[in-house]
Design a protein around this ligand. Structure first.
Ligand code: CP3
Length: 343
């Protein structure tokens, strides 16, 4: 099935496109009342993730309602720990929680390397989405970076500091590397499963990159992201390492096509540091709390800084849950109109 809108993929191939493509991290779920309606009919977040027909439905909603140039499959990065043997709960208004965490070698021994079939619900959701989208836009598959997944598996929940997870890197580097290795293998299986099911590109989210020192990032995160990138040759890859401004040069050496930038990263400086990669981002999600006119001005400024080509417009992190969907749609529309005029 050839794609009708392949702007994202052509941009990644560095073609001179007629405008800049746009999508938003966390566009599925969170902001749309249409999502809430589906979500409220169920027992909770996990039931939605694990029901392929409904996951496909909320994946397609932002394409229909916001006009984004890609769909990102509705799931979560935490399906990987669960498939490895560490169940998670999603607590309303609080976030994820793991009743069991990894503390010792014997905890690690209870875990296994997961195969994609253990996350069959997301694989099936991609297949359904593929069929229902009928080539309208590409589908983005995703996974957490091994370090970010490790952080949740050791900490047991979200945290400002992830101090238990960071402590383990010092107190038991060997165990840390073993766990990171198992997460990496599972992630590769999972991403390959997503691609086989129809994902047209994949994104790796290293949401907690920024809490590691540059040296630790080189030891405990980058090598594992690199293994993931090397293993996936079927589709283009995007790596988004939040707050990892210190690692941009190293990220530029990964076998991936696109680097995601957060809003604190200077655009021109980042372009220089990451070399010949396409870049994605990076408007501050809070800019969407501004008036329509303020959003227009911010988007124009961002697009001018990136220039017309080799850029996929996005926010610098996920869209916040209480942002007005009309403001999000305005963001999308301004990118489309203004970037077309930059050619
Ligand atoms: O991008 C999309 O819209 C697709 C779906 C998606 C979700 N989570 C659905 C979700 C994606 C790509 C993710 C990634 C994810 N999950 C990350 C990396 C991206 C980032 O934001 O840094 C992380 C760190 C998680 C872990 C996670 N999941 C947390 C911390 C939370 C609670 C807080 C929050 O973000 O809402 C979740 C829950 C979650 N994942 C929700 C959604 C739609 C909200 C659950 C609900 O509907 O109540």
């Amino acid at each position: 099935m050839p794609l009708k809108n392949d702007l994202v993929l052509r941009t990644i191939r560095k073609e001179k496109t007629e405008r800049t493509p746009v999508w938003l991290m966390r566009q599925a779920g969170r902001i749309l009342p249409e999502y809430r309606a589906v979500r409220n009919s169920l027992s909770g977040f996990k039931e939605l993730v694990e029901t392929p027909e409904l996951a496909a439905e909320v994946t397609i909603q932002p394409v229909d309602i916001l006009g984004t140039d890609a769909a990102i499959i509705f799931s979560d990065i935490l399906v990987i720990p669960e498939a490895m043997g560490l169940k998670y709960e999603m607590i309303e208004k609080k976030g994820p929680r793991f009743p069991e965490t990894v503390k010792t070698v014997s905890d690690l021994k209870k875990l296994r390397v997961a195969g994609a079939e253990e996350i069959q619900y997301t694989i099936d959701a991609i297949k359904i989405t593929k069929k229902e989208l009928d080539g309208r836009v590409p589908i983005i598959g995703f996974a957490g970076a091994p370090w970010t997944i490790f952080a949740y598996m050791v900490e047991g929940s979200g945290s400002k500091t992830f101090s238990k997870a960071r402590a383990m890197l010092y107190t038991n580097p060997e165990l840390s590397h073993q766990l990171l290795g198992m997460i990496t293998e599972s992630t590769i299986h999972y991403l390959k499963g997503q691609v086989a099911a129809g994902a047209d590109l994949v994104q790796v989210f290293d949401s907690w990159a920024g809490i590691l020192s540059p040296m630790q990032y080189e030891e405990f995160s980058l090598p594992y992201i690199s293994q993931v990138c090397d293993a996936i040759q079927e589709v283009p890859k995007t790596v988004f390492a939040k707050d990892a401004y210190f690692a941009r040069k190293s990220l530029g050496r990964l076998d991936c096509q696109t680097i995601g930038l957060d809003w604190c990263m200077d655009i021109k400086e980042s372009r220089k540091l990451v070399g010949d990669k396409v870049v994605q981002g990076n408007l501050d999600p809070c800019a969407l709390y501004g008036t329509f006119d303020e959003i227009t001005a911010q988007v124009k400024q961002m697009l001018n800084a990136f220039g017309p080509y080799n850029h996929i417009a996005n926010l610098g992190h996920g869209v916040y849950p209480d942002i007005d969907p009309l403001k999000v749609k305005h963001f999308v529309n301004v990118v489309k109109e203004y970037s077309a005029g930059m050619r």
